[in-house]
Ligand binder design. Sequence first.
Ligand SMILES: NC(=O)c1ccc[n+]([C@@H]2O[C@H](COP(=O)([O-])OP(=O)(O)OC[C@H]3O[C@@H](n4cnc5c(N)ncnc54)[C@H](OP(=O)(O)O)[C@@H]3O)[C@@H](O)[C@H]2O)c1
Length: 266
Amino acid sequence: MTIGLIGCGKMGSALTLGAIKKGVFEPNQVLAYDPVPESIAALGDGISAAKSLAEVIQESDVLLLCVKPYQVSEVLAKIPALVESPDKLLVISIAAGVKIETMEESCNHQARIVRTMPNTPALIGEGAAAFALGKKATDADADFTEKLLGSIGIVYGVKESLLDTVTGLSGSGPAYVYTFIEALADGALLEGLPRDQALALATQTVLGAARMVADSGEHPSVLRDRVTSPGGTTIAGLAALEEGAFRSTAINAIKAATKKARELGR
Ligand SMILES: NC(=O)c1ccc[n+]([C@@H]2O[C@H](COP(=O)([O-])OP(=O)(O)OC[C@H]3O[C@@H](n4cnc5c(N)ncnc54)[C@H](OP(=O)(O)O)[C@@H]3O)[C@@H](O)[C@H]2O)c1
């Protein structure tokens, strides 16, 4: 199987190198193309550089489409003239907001399409992603996509309409968490803790708590109740969060970002 990587930027490189590391495919199965040759070379030994976009499309069984959203249609429009059998090619797109229907039309339905929504922590192998299948995509395509995205984090198959919610949650979510970490550190700074210590302790607290949720399998409310003693410090802090409408603010953030993702996709 030949894997064609189109666009060797941040996400394309992370996805390809993550999949190689986890044994989803071998470096010598990858044929990569990017207008900047240094970006291909930076992927490392064993990966072949294609001379043109046409070469990647013609030679590949799977295309990892990792260009910016506005470049997607232009790439897909080349497929009909280059691919002999309409069932040969699987295209896995990571472009935010570009709908399956748009991609299917761009390639004149001459490829099986999978649309995915990864997030930036994928760059360090801690991604949270989802994907939706196009009309012609098969169960085997879903399995391959799960293995691919599973190599750089967790992944779920969803209905395409829910990819907007995934965008609002895990796509935009890292920015909410960065803001939360910064705010926690600011609070400690206000109380006199040195800036670097405040930031390090806030970061590790978020990391550790997230790890507790992920590894224990317990609901967050159960873990929270365990550390919240009657009349103690934690309930005093939680009451202050409630006063600031912390939960409904977080819920509204997901609603607002999902709405925006829907609008951008129209
Ligand atoms: N970063 C994220 O958090 C994130 C999350 C979810 C989804 N995504 C999606 O991931 C995609 C890539 O994002 P990125 O952050 O990796 O961007 P990036 O670093 O700019 O990478 C895109 C690469 O594709 C190259 N390229 C442009 N046109 C091409 C063509 N016709 N053929 C082959 N390569 C081409 C670009 O070259 P030039 O620089 O010369 O144009 C660039 O090297 C986007 O569609 C984005 O929506 C990103």
